[in-house]
Design a protein around this ligand. Structure first.
Ligand SMILES: Cc1cc2nc3c(=O)[nH]c(=O)nc-3n(C[C@H](O)[C@H](O)[C@H](O)COP(=O)(O)OP(=O)(O)OC[C@H]3O[C@@H](n4cnc5c(N)ncnc54)[C@H](O)[C@@H]3O)c2cc1C
Length: 409
């Protein structure tokens, strides 16, 4: 097990500087344009693919860094560049992780390359779990997958929503109900291969922020996928369902309910790191501005009212990064999250991003309120962090339940 460290080693520093260069030279200059266009920035994803930032290899390398700092460091730098473009670059990772976590070696080898494509023909992937009536309450999911034994095919029907890259993805990973009696324990994940009939894009959302990232509904109408598209395979699913049924019987036949609370604990620090990146970007703009903008014959930072805000902003950002790094180190080293440290890091970092970007807008005054300066966009972008991968309220529920052992509602 690696010791917890707050010091990047030489290799990590090199990777960080390389990512920072890409974020500063390629992502940041393109940010305003793609935010206005509200479209997937394919040319930027392609640039990332060319230099090796858009690939499973790169993320796997960071993920397996035993210090746990690889992923948070990468996320912070890319999202420092721009949140919408960075999500377009890392969004495929959500679906890839779904396959890595549950898939067989064969499924990993077959589908993950198709999720990324290559530098000449980049592709994206989508992870589709949320539904119109199943957001925080994942257990109320309705999309249904039924096994057609005669054809060894699964038939999937339902409507997914809020899917990043939904409808434009080459490969969709879809979570569906296979046993409605078991709540979230009766869910399974499926690959929907490119061009499968019955899968279509519904509404594409016009969003408040991260507008360079495509978010849409995904409609599944009599979608048939081969048995081999069930992640993990049928045998493993049957065993898991049998165990869940036993447990449900032991608990008096009560429907197994799980409001997505304890899951994702290990992936949440990565979202916290994205929020740290946006917060740091806004703080840096505000600091520069405060040192150069003069009113009443002196730089505005000469006023404690402004300087203290900057002091608080930086303090919160550093505290958020420490929580993120701790949780990420714990996740990589298999430390149990006895105080929901993953949720803590996401909660604090995402709230920090919202607060800090709002302060940055204030420090820039009228300029902060315009699209001439990037803090306006960063402030809009920051609002997503307290919503996706579990809202702030759900993080608090997870933390409170973990600390108390009580079924707090
Ligand atoms: C831009 C964007 C991208 C996304 N990408 C994806 C994706 O790629 N794949 C995917 O599957 N999903 C994705 N999501 C969905 C996201 O994870 C959900 O929006 C999120 O889980 C919240 O669900 P909801 O929107 O239905 O809100 P709801 O669950 O309806 O919550 C509404 C409000 O009620 C509060 N609330 C709900 N339950 C409780 C409770 N028990 N206690 C206290 N407060 C509560 C919430 O905190 C929130 O403030 C994305 C969402 C967005 C906006």
């Amino acid at each position: 097990m690696a010791e917890f460290t707050m010091e990047l080693n030489d290799e990590q520093r090199e990777v960080r500087d390389w990512l920072h260069g890409f974020a500063a030279d390629v992502i940041r200059p393109a940010a305003a344009e793609w935010d206005e266009r509200e479209e997937t920035p394919w040319p930027v994803i392609q640039e990332a693919a060319k230099v090796g930032i858009y690939s499973l290899d790169f993320y796997a390398q960071q993920y397996f860094d035993p210090t746990g700092l690889g992923i948070p460091m990468a996320m912070e730098e890319l999202f420092w560049g721009d949140a919408g473009i960075a999500l377009s670059i890392v969004g495929t990772g959500l679906a890839a992780v779904g396959v890595l976590a549950n898939g067989t070696d064969e499924q990993i080898g077959t589908w993950i390359p198709q999720m990324y494509g290559d530098a000449n023909d980049v592709k994206v992937a989508a992870f589709c779990s949320s539904e119109p009536d199943a957001g925080s309450d994942v257990a109320s999911m309705r999309t249904r997958a039924v096994y057609d034994e005669a054809k060894d095919e699964w038939v999937i029907n339902g409507t997914k929503t809020w899917a990043t890259n939904g409808g434009i993805a080459n490969v969709h990973v879809v979570v569906a109900v296979v046993d409605p009696e078991l709540g979230s324990k009766g869910h399974a994940s499926f690959i929907v291969p490119p061009g499968t009939p019955g899968l279509s894009q519904g509404q594409k959302f016009k969003k408040h922020g991260i507008r360079a990232s495509h978010t849409a509904e995904v409609i599944l109408d009599q979608v048939r996928v081969p048995g081999s598209c069930l992640l993990g395979g049928k045998e493993k699913l049957d065993e898991r369902l049998a165990r869940a049924r036993e447990r449900a019987k032991a608990s008096g036949g009560e429907r197994v309910k799980n409001a997505a609370m304890a899951t994702f604990e290990a992936s949440r620090p990565a979202v916290g790191a994205m929020a740290v990146g946006t917060a740091r970007a806004a703080y840096e703009v505000a600091l520069d501005y405060a040192k150069t903008r003069e009113q009443f014959g002196r730089p505005i930072i000469d006023n404690q009212g402004v300087a203290f805000q900057l002091a608080d902003m930086r303090t919160r950002i550093d505290a958020a990064r420490l929580l993120v790094w701790r949780a990420s180190w714990m996740a990589v080293n298999g430390k149990p999250f006895t105080a929901a440290e993953g949720s803590m890091s996401k909660l604090f970092a995402s709230e920090t991003a919202k607060t800090v970007t709002a302060q940055a807008v204030q420090i820039l005054g009228g300029n902060g309120y315009t699209r001439e300066y990037p803090v306006e966009r960063m402030h809009r972008d920051s609002a997503i962090y307290t919503i996706f991968e579990g809202t702030s309220e759900i993080q608090r529920l997870v933390i409170a339940r973990t600390l108390s052992g009580m079924p707090i509602r």
